[in-house]
Design a protein. Sequence first.
Lengths: 146, 490
Amino acid sequence: MLLATVYYRRVRRTSLLSAGILLVLGVLALVEALRLRDDWLGAKLMPAVVGAVLIVLGAAHLVRPAATPEWPDAAGFRRVALIFVVLALYVAVLPYVGFLPATAAFVLVLVRALGAFSWAATIGVTVAIALASHLVFIYWLGMSLT
Amino acid sequence: MDTLGFLAHGFAQALTPQNLMFAFIGSVLGTLVGVLPGIGPTSGIAILLPLTGFLPPAPAIIMLAAIYYGAMYGGSTTAILVNIPGEVASVVTTLDGYQMARQGRAGPALAIAAISSFVAGTLGLVGLTFFAPPLADVALRIGPPEYFGLVVLAFSVVVSLSGPSLVKGLSAAALGALVALIGLDPMSGVRRFAFGTATLLSGVDFIAVIIGLFAVTEVLVGVEEAVGAVSLAPLGRLMPRWDELKACVGTMLRATGVGFFLGLLPGCTPGAISFISYDIEKRVSKTPERFGHGAIEGVAAPEGANNATTSGGFVPLFALGIPATPALAVLLSGLMIYGLQPGPLLFEKQPLFVWTVIASMYIGNVMLLILNLPLVGLWARMVRIPYAVMAPLILIFSVLGAYSVRNSFFDVAMALVFGVLGYLMVKLAYPTPPLVLALILTPMLESALRQSLNMAHGSASIFATRPIAILFIGLGIALTVWTLLSRRRR
């Protein structure tokens, strides 16, 4: 009985959240459609249609609640969060630090966090990936990330 | 010039050393993308797109196409050896393939997968060769209302891509449609959803969305679990027995027919069709009880069907400019980067280019057969690459891939945003393919609709006077209803 209540609550919470997001986006699209100054057949047609569809779908979420998602365990979730934060940091510093040092640091953290390698192997893998990608993208393809 | 004449010219071009080399590189990369479970054909093509940036259009598209059909070959390897499908299209292959491997017959299973892929893929290409030009010819004579009907038909795919929940699939599609509207309206030049910022004015780049939604998401899902070491089944003798081969001839032909013709329809992805083909084989077989316990036809059918589907999908792409699967949508935007608009005019304006690419696909299939038969043991060992090495590689390619299209860090940021969105969508069981298709189809739908309405001075009655447009829209509705009904039965 208790289990059923918990289940029902989790179901409702994610459904409510999805419904809310869809409804907000739908209203946003309708407002944007109203803002556009042309007749209904021009630029505002599709935003209005998409807005209406989003609102209908948002409402549909409220009628039929979805199944509960399978979230990873705490350790798994920490790994997912860590990888994403490190990735975002990597992208943020890339234009300032330069490709090779930023990439080397990025790979080092990832390999260390995900793999069960010795330090020597970790550094070997890091150097190999950083150098190889530098060679291909910067040296060979001539990409400049500034 | 007739079709065979054009094809001969295409072969002459495709056999030049440069084009051969890029068909080969694409085949190798495609097999790799197929073998490695962490990365699928869609994200594979998207993150490898910058590698083609310095190439002329023909070798670039040859390579990207080879990655796509190459992935269909590679997907079976891990499905058979370790029960992990490299691609969605090889999920069914695990049923009998892994059973065969457990019985010590991994070799014949891998061989029949490669042979069936080759036979069905090549026969599919013959279909492409003879179907696409007349279709493009017809398509040349249609106007915006008919084109609108076609895109409506393509949109009906969203229903079949929706997975268990229709509401969720449609929600994902609506989200994609909304993202597609961001930026300058190409017809009137009005700003939409830019909120006064300059960055949003040029819209959200399609490739960045794909990379986020597929590559970044796949890594985020992948790192959830610490993956342990994978043990490989021994290969055994490679070639199947003669009677086994003979038993599979009918299977391969049926798989080709099913795969190619369903592949013409938008939304029939290789993943879905391999299921249908397996089901048909089971029904046709005199000994259906063997299926699921190591029946060799159970490997030949899905692997053949997914390759025939891949070939078939190029028909609407080249002749109509309409992508049937997310991976083909990426290929479409790859073509557009080169200023090549796929569609009926492509055959008229760039015949040499189209036929070179088609010819290279025949050659690529031969290369893949060779790559996959004797070298299969090598690919199998790729599964052992630790995820700690794969993940940073995929992410570096993702960042650079998103950046390279417009040299913009905004696009990289968008890839990250869609990476998180994709992760949440996967967790909450929202399918991502509908979002991608809506993203690429919405601009087509919008311009066709508005051009049609303009033709009739704003009256929707124009569609009533166009029988072909009505036919397409009717087909779209019929397809939707059919999918909904078969969904209910399941």
